[in-house]
Ligand binder design. Structure first.
Ligand SMILES: [Zn+2]
Length: 314
């Protein structure tokens, strides 16, 4: 099922050439020393709510008070293929940009449109003390902040003061996400990386969530004071719900996988053993009481694809 495209793709033509030497990557530097922040959008080419926020920030002439903020539009080649009649077709060109972030893959001999671009962006990811990666979701859903499993990232996400559900998730078996790359995933380090799922891709609320989270992230990282945030970017402060720790992934075994209800994520299923889906007639049940459903989707349904994550509230 397609959802309506209610936001227009941003025009990035003016943000191609850059003094960084890498197209669609822009630096803004403050007068005082401070954090080295990287904000990324368009890791998936059809998820452009974050790109709208970055383009707006660049167009406003904004710069941080402290440190350096790098704003990167990642998979622009895929984004440029966006067609509202087939809005899911432009997620990537050759492969998922967000499964390539392991040294052996980046240093390896293989090439693809996404690997070439990841290699261009790698120096900016390597130097970042803080990474915020802006995504959105196929299904209508409350915003989520995906933290990985380290306590410092969970605490940073909770401290942002948004209503976003913090999801503690170890990543994907089929490749490493940018937010799990290198030192971002090392327990001994101090580097912070968060991934925002801002809501449904083409819902105007996803743009609002991306803008709000971006500014809160910059403030908490130390790039500017809260009083220096430009007008109109912040939503009201919220008390975030308790984090959800992902324990299981439900992987489709067939193309005949269906949920028993119109789940949108965040539902708490009270009793262990409750049927939540069927897969070629086989019943999929919850493994424990008070099991929370995270990002249910049959968007890219085929055998081997994750259809929903299951978690517990911490
Ligand atoms: Zn994405």
């Amino acid at each position: 099922m397609h959802h309506p495209v209610n936001t227009l793709p941003p025009n990035l033509a003016g943000w191609s050439s850059s003094s960084t030497g890498v197209d669609h990557v822009h630096e803004r530097v403050g007068v005082a020393a401070g954090p080295e922040i990287l904000v990324t959008a368009l890791v998936h080419g059809n998820e452009y709510s974050g790109a709208i926020a970055l383009a707006e920030l660049l167009a406003s002439g904004w710069a941080p008070a402290c440190g350096r903020v790098t704003l990167a539009f990642c998979n622009v080649a895929a984004f440029e293929r966006f067609n509202p009649a087939q809005p899911d077709a432009s997620r990537f060109i050759d492969e998922d940009f967000n499964r390539l972030w392991a040294a052996e893959v980046l240093d390896g001999p293989r090439r693809s449109a996404e690997l070439d671009r990841a290699r261009q962006l790698r120096p900016f990811v390597d130097r970042a003390s803080h990474l915020l990666d802006l995504h959105s979701m196929h299904e209508p859903c409350m915003p989520l902040l995906v933290t990985g499993t380290l306590a410092r990232n969970i605490a940073f996400a909770q401290a942002l003061g948004t209503a976003s559900q913090v999801v503690v998730d170890g990543g994907h078996a089929d490749g490493v996400r940018m937010r799990d790359y290198g030192e971002f995933a090392e327990a001994a380090g101090s580097r912070i990386a968060l991934l925002l799922e801002a809501g449904q891709h083409w819902d105007p609320h996803a743009v609002g969530a991306a803008r709000d989270t971006l500014m809160r992230f910059l403030v908490l990282a130390g790039a500017l004071a809260r009083s220096q945030v430009p007008g109109g970017w912040l939503l009201p402060d919220r008390q975030p719900p308790a984090p959800i720790v992902v324990t299981d992934r439900v992987v489709a075994a067939s193309t005949d996988f269906r949920f028993v209800d119109h789940f949108t994520g965040g539902e708490t299923i009270a009793r262990a053993g409750t049927v939540i889906a069927t897969d070629a007639g086989r019943e999929i049940t919850t493994p424990y009481d008070d099991c929370v459903l995270v990002m249910p989707s049959v968007r890219q349904l085929r055998p081997g694809v994750t259809t929903v994550r299951l978690g517990r509230r911490a």
